[in-house]
Write a protein that binds this ligand. Structure first.
Ligand SMILES: Nc1ncnc2c1ncn2[C@@H]1O[C@H](COP(=O)(O)OP(=O)(O)OP(=O)(O)O)[C@@H](O)[C@H]1O
Length: 278
């Protein structure tokens, strides 16, 4: 198949944006985030093309697709991290609980408190474990009962048992997997509405990865989670909903994870999931 044919077939198989919304299988059934006709460019290069989808409350939504199809761009648009990239331009709407996050009266810093982010490489601050977790709480002036809140966040991040006797040690002295759970504790301490994760386990060994996966599933009982992953098994294991992006920054299929993995609507999605291209 020529490149043009491939692109044409992708265009044809791009779903009608009106049909993207899927039935909820768990969580509350509410949509926390709704995106409508979102286009993103970096200078003249289009990275996302007409993305309309919803991210349901208290579920895990996985974003999958080959390298360069716009998954990270999509994630970064939700909490306006792309504002920090000079060449980035966005059109369309992204609503958090009905409010367009790009409205003039939205403070991006406040937005990022409600929509926390965990990155591929664990990036604790060069501070103590305690101060890493307390950081966001202090910035927001929520520093009453700080010890209790730090412990609670570390417990929810499944790290408390391993670090409770070394809270004054540097976060950088922890193992990679522990550092990532510390970053998750830091992200959840201020009690965000949504947690965005960009390949949070890709730099970790299998044991640490498995802990992070268990943790993500647990977090979804309290938080709304959107995760970019290159790992198909991981997406299948931990997510309730899956969004498949393909070349050209198009959302080709979105729905219940089980359906996407067992009986996708589009041949290109099946080919991607079964490893025929990547
Ligand atoms: N800061 C940037 N400046 C210019 N172009 C960018 C920038 N970030 C991403 N892009 C381009 O936007 C497109 C989408 O990139 P993005 O990183 O969102 O894709 P991705 O699906 O997350 O890729 P990967 O799986 O490799 O991380 C690519 O063509 C990429 O080169």
């Amino acid at each position: 198949m020529s490149l043009e044919d491939t692109q044409a077939s992708e265009m044809e198989s791009t779903i009608d944006t009106a049909s993207v919304t899927s039935e909820s299988t768990g969580g509350t059934g509410e949509s926390v985030i709704e995106t409508e006709n979102v286009d993103v460019w970096y200078s003249d290069t289009q990275a996302l093309d007409d993305i309309t989808m919803e991210i349901p409350e208290q579920q895990v939504t996985a974003l999958i697709g080959p390298s360069g199809c716009g998954k990270s761009t999509f994630l970064r648009c939700i909490n306006r991290m792309n504002d920090l990239i000079e060449s980035a331009r966005i059109e369309g709407e992204i609503r958090l609980r009905g409010k367009n996050v790009y409205d003039d009266d939205v403070d991006p810093v406040a937005l990022r408190r409600s929509v926390g982010m965990v990155f591929q490489e664990p990036n604790p601050f060069p501070k103590t474990i305690y101060d890493n977790v307390a950081y966001g709480l202090r910035v927001q002036g929520k520093d009453d009962n700080l010890d209790e809140k730090v412990e609670d966040a570390l417990r929810r991040a499944a790290l408390w048992e391993e670090v409770n006797d070394q809270l004054d040690s540097s976060g950088l002295d922890l193992s990679g997997g522990q550092q990532q759970r510390l970053c998750i504790a830091r992200a959840i301490a201020p009690d965000p509405d949504v947690i965005l994760m960009d390949e949070p386990a890709s730099a970790l060994d299998p044991v640490a990865t498995s802990k992070i996966e268990d943790l993500i599933e647990d977090l979804a009982s309290e938080y709304t989670v959107a995760i970019v992953t290159h790992n198909m098994q991981q997406a299948a294991r931990i997510s309730d909903k899956t969004a498949v992006f393909l070349t050209g920054g198009k959302l080709v299929e979105f729905g219940d994870t089980e359906k996407i993995f067992e009986n996708p609507e589009h041949q290109r999605v099946e080919d991607y999931i079964t490893g025929k291209f990547g």
